[in-house]
Write a protein that binds this ligand. Structure first.
Ligand SMILES: [Zn+2]
Length: 179
């Protein structure tokens, strides 16, 4: 059995979220950043409130009416304001003290929210293209859905968005300290 350091001992904040159906992209980012994120397009508003309460998840929503219903029920909730992915990440990082860097050892599968496990590439030779195996050395697999991840060509875009979010976070912090 691999040893796992509990999140509260690793010095980083991990938060359990529940996202409304408008925040699909954000769910994948938060999972990659290591958070436990529940996202389903099938839950209606009442069900979202119920699940948030039952599982002690913070409800993130872009729906003002749903946000107000959650507040009225004393459910931990946050009304997401920004438009772009980096806006969302910056405001959430400020609100919940999240780290805006990806550590794949902590990442959850963006597709299904299961914690990823690192995989030696020798075990992936039949599944991946030869070029991928030649150029990359670190791979992770989702033990639930089987998806394999590596920091490939698309990784630059991911880093760019996170850098953008970091800059926006700095600005938000400046604003707060001026108030
Ligand atoms: Zn998965």
């Amino acid at each position: 059995m691999p040893k796992q350091v509990p999140a509260q001992l690793s010095g980083e904040t991990t938060v359990k979220f529940l996202l409304d159906s408008m925040l699909g992209k954000l769910s994948r980012w938060l999972r990659m950043l290591g958070h436990d994120v529940l996202y389903s397009t099938k839950l209606n508003d009442s069900e979202l409130l119920e699940v948030a309460k039952k599982e002690s998840r913070i409800l993130l929503t872009k729906d003002l009416e749903l946000y107000q219903r959650a507040v009225a029920k004393s459910i931990d909730t946050y009304y997401v304001k920004g438009e772009t992915e980096s806006d969302h990440l910056a405001e959430l990082a400020q609100q919940y003290n999240l780290t805006l860097t990806v550590d794949m050892e902590r990442s959850h599968c963006p597709i299904c929210n299961t914690k990823l496990k690192s995989k030696p590439k020798e075990q992936l030779t039949s599944e991946l293209k030869k070029n991928t195996l030649t150029y990359y050395n670190q791979f992770w697999r989702c033990p639930n859905c089987g998806q394999v991840y590596w920091q490939g060509a698309h990784w630059k875009q991911i880093t760019n968005t996170l850098n953008e979010a970091q800059k926006k976070l700095m600005k938000l912090k400046e604003k707060t300290s001026l108030c």
